[in-house]
Design a protein around this ligand. Structure first.
Ligand SMILES: Nc1nc2c(ncn2[C@@H]2O[C@H](COP(=O)(O)OP(=O)(O)OP(=O)(O)O)[C@@H](O)[C@H]2O)c(=O)[nH]1
Length: 328
């Protein structure tokens, strides 16, 4: 472990940490924990608007109530969406009471758009993100039970690597993630032969950049998007053949259908435990560091799309009142 970067590549970029509690893919704790409370300002606006509109026009009040209902409904899905969208700002170490002593660091590398982020999010939250947004490299964290031990798994998502005429094209983030990691997940998409073609070179990149150059870290190869049979471009046999040539485990997975994703990540953690049984896992920083800085427990409240409208209407109501007072 000597010589490894103590901090994750994303650590310095994390502006506002948020806790990721044990959500195990269940809606309950997730909603409960990430629910965004109505704030005072909003409640004040709402009551004033309701009161005045009721006096002014019943139909308009109905319309306003509809808006407010939509607004309240708006919070829940947005809160959940932001869990996904803001995972890069989630604290590396959950402030769970069940604090783990150990940390497993995994880097996920592969071509662009192969589904790295979708796989990480699927593994950590059991949810699928259908939207594509090119990522610049985010760190995700979750606590799990691994062979009876509470372990913090940190997964470093990395920007997509490209293959061009000069060879591999990648950012420093990719190499620093490999240096930081205890284990590596290489991903290609079965729908994109180019992403498969660069796996051999990615493997070389890992062997050149891993902190402990004498031995390779545990590596698994994932063939993602297995659900997209109709646009398949990489034969079923090619993946296992390449994996055995490179000496790594192979899984054909689908982040979209949650096929094999969890099993693959768990297998990697087990391999890691077998690989270095005594010093396999980095000690959890909290176990060695002083008291942890307190982090804000909630995700920043999203801006309401109706707030501008509410403010405008609020002003209208007030100016109407002023007019009434002046005319009296
Ligand atoms: N059908 C299907 N779509 C998937 C699967 N995994 C990912 N996708 C979709 O593929 C697109 C790219 O997924 P991402 O997870 O953003 O890919 P990425 O590798 O992180 O991409 P970069 O940020 O460019 O490196 C998204 O639209 C995902 O919804 C899968 O297993 N099946």
């Amino acid at each position: 472990m000597a010589g490894r970067a103590a901090q994750s590549p994303s650590e310095s970029r994390q502006q506002s940490g948020q806790d990721l509690r044990d959500h195990e893919g269940r809606d309950g704790p997730l909603e409960e924990y990430y629910r965004i409370p109505e704030n005072y300002e909003y409640r004040r606006h709402r009551s004033l608007i309701e009161e005045n509109l009721y006096k002014e026009n019943l139909n308009e009040k109905k319309l306003n109530e509809k808006n407010l209902t939509e607004k309240n409904e708006y919070y829940k899905p947005v809160a959940r969406m932001r869990l996904i969208n803001n995972m890069s700002t989630i604290a590396e170490y959950p402030s769970s009471e069940r604090r783990s002593n150990r940390v497993v660091k995994i880097a996920v590398i592969g071509g662009s758009g192969v589904g790295k982020t979708a796989l990480v999010v699927r593994f950590l939250t059991k949810r699928f993100i259908g939207d594509y947004e090119r990522n610049a490299g985010n760190l995700y964290s979750r606590e799990v039970q691994l062979d009876g031990e509470q372990v913090a798994i940190q997964v470093q998502d990395t920007p997509g690597v490209e293959l061009n005429v000069n060879g591999l094209s990648y950012t420093d983030h990719v190499t620093s993630s490999i240096q930081w990691a205890d284990a590596v997940v290489m991903v290609y998409s079965v729908t994109d032969h180019r992403s498969f073609d660069l796996i051999g070179q990615l493997h070389r990149l890992v062997s050149c950049n891993h902190a402990d150059r004498s031995t390779l870290p545990p590596i698994i190869l994932l063939a993602n998007k297995a659900d997209l049979l109709h646009v398949r471009r990489v034969d079923v046999q090619q993946g296992p053949l390449l994996a055995s040539a490179l000496g790594c485990s192979f899984y054909e997975v689908s982040a979209s259908e949650d096929s094999q994703v969890h099993g693959a990540f768990h297998r990697l953690c087990r391999e890691l435990a077998e690989h270095r049984p005594s010093c396999v896992l980095s000690p959890h920083p909290a176990a060695t560091a002083g008291p942890e800085k307190r982090r804000s427990p909630l995700i920043p409240r999203p801006k309401s799309p109706n707030m501008q409208d509410l403010k405008r209407r609020f002003k209208q109501v007030l100016s109407a009142k002023v007019r009434t007072v002046t005319s009296v």
